[in-house]
Design a protein around this ligand. Sequence first.
Ligand SMILES: NC(=O)c1ccc[n+]([C@@H]2O[C@H](COP(=O)([O-])OP(=O)(O)OC[C@H]3O[C@@H](n4cnc5c(N)ncnc54)[C@H](O)[C@@H]3O)[C@@H](O)[C@H]2O)c1
Length: 250
Amino acid sequence: MENKVLLVTGGASGIGQATVMRLAGDGAHVVVADMQAESAAATVADVHAAGGSAEVCELDVTDHGAVAAAVHDIVAEHGRLDGAFNNAGIGGPTAKVVDIDPADWAQVLAVNLTGVFNCIQAEIAQMVKQDTGGSIVNTASIGGVVALPRATAYNAAKHGVVGITRTAALEYAPQNIRVNAVCPGFIDTPMLEAGAATTPERRDLIAAAVPMRRVAGPHEVADVVAWLLSDQSSYVTGTAMPVDGGWTAK
Ligand SMILES: NC(=O)c1ccc[n+]([C@@H]2O[C@H](COP(=O)([O-])OP(=O)(O)OC[C@H]3O[C@@H](n4cnc5c(N)ncnc54)[C@H](O)[C@@H]3O)[C@@H](O)[C@H]2O)c1
């Protein structure tokens, strides 16, 4: 990871933040892209305090032009982009399909699916230009492989992320640009607290339904992402890798 230039979206919180810390700890320069500029700055300060290298990029991944400009700026400053973790996401409405507000549907698709498309398009265009390969990891979910009831928009978007991942992996394998997805199960982050696990009782119910009988820490996803972004996974592309304590094996 030493001296690689990496972009992490949603890097201000949860899984993204843990991954920023891990990648910077491994020697990469990490661009922490997030809508929440203050929290992103706090993450960057943590990286610097730990002796690592990172910078803030205030970014809304739904803005196609802004994403392209962010990649352009990274290359103007650092000369290249070696890899990216397209991870920014939102939970969305908890409702059965007939009760979903179309505006909520559109918002979840805009962030969780089109956001990944915007990122991957700009990143791959740059990597093709560089002609030095690259590694991209997208955050899908167990909701990208199986259904979570009352989460139609989220499931649809995350299944779409797996589709983008596999398609881009096939299209750019000859250029040694690897594209993979991680499919986390229930991970201890602000999103889980605000969504599925609003009370300790609900959290216990979730944990009891996981084969490993617990939710995971965000660092347990970060470890997998770091491996996928590293040269140690050099022959791995097009995967949708569960990090779910066995959930999708059921
Ligand atoms: N926590 C879980 O249990 C879980 C499980 C499966 C998948 N995921 C996925 O993991 C990813 C990270 O989630 P998390 O749990 O760390 O959540 P989180 O809420 O802690 O972090 C999400 C980050 O994304 C940022 N973000 C949201 N919309 C954005 C936008 N339009 N542009 C830029 N940044 C934006 C937020 O500001 C936040 O910093 C998401 O894609 C989520 O769907 C989470």
